[in-house]
Ligand binder design. Structure first.
Ligand SMILES: [Zn+2]
Length: 145
């Protein structure tokens, strides 16, 4: 991976791999133009036009990353009425503590520390890259056998 690759992609079409920078991308799936998911239109705006964006999945043969080739601005995706907030419910926080306790009992303190570090990094990335403020994110840890 080259050190000069800009991973903070701009809104619009993306003609290179976000991981390795390769421009050799293979089309996997073309879903045409689609509205944003999770942006349910209220009844008061059903007669207004809806925004559509290209939805195409590409694979990078160089590093195997899969990505979309069109980046929608974070403030458009996570608009003020966006209905879903991850990691902000009391039940989810209780679940995360339970999982951390179970992992600590099973593997020691290493995996919960890694999960906590991932949670902090993802929360920070959401804030800096997507302008989304969250209290935390859920991390799934799977045992590889
Ligand atoms: Zn790549």
């Amino acid at each position: 991976m080259s050190a000069d690759i800009d991973n903070n992609v701009k809104t619009g079409y993306l003609g290179h791999c976000q991981i390795c920078g390769s421009k050799d991308l293979q089309l996997v799936l073309d879903c045409g133009h689609q509205p944003l998911c999770d942006s349910l239109v209220p009844g008061s705006r059903l007669t207004e036009p809806e925004q559509y964006f290209p939805l195409r999945q590409f694979r990078c043969p160089n590093c195997t990353n899969n990505q979309l080739d069109y980046i929608v601005d974070g403030s458009t995706v996570y608009h003020p009425e966006y209905p879903y907030r991850t990691g902000v419910t009391r039940e989810l926080a209780a679940y995360q503590f339970l999982i951390a306790d179970e992992l600590t009992a099973r593997y020691g303190a290493v995996l919960p520390d890694v999960a906590r570090a991932v949670q902090e990094e993802v929360t920070s990335a959401l804030a800096t890259m997507c302008a989304v403020e969250v209290d935390g994110v859920d991390v799934f840890v799977e045992e590889i056998t």
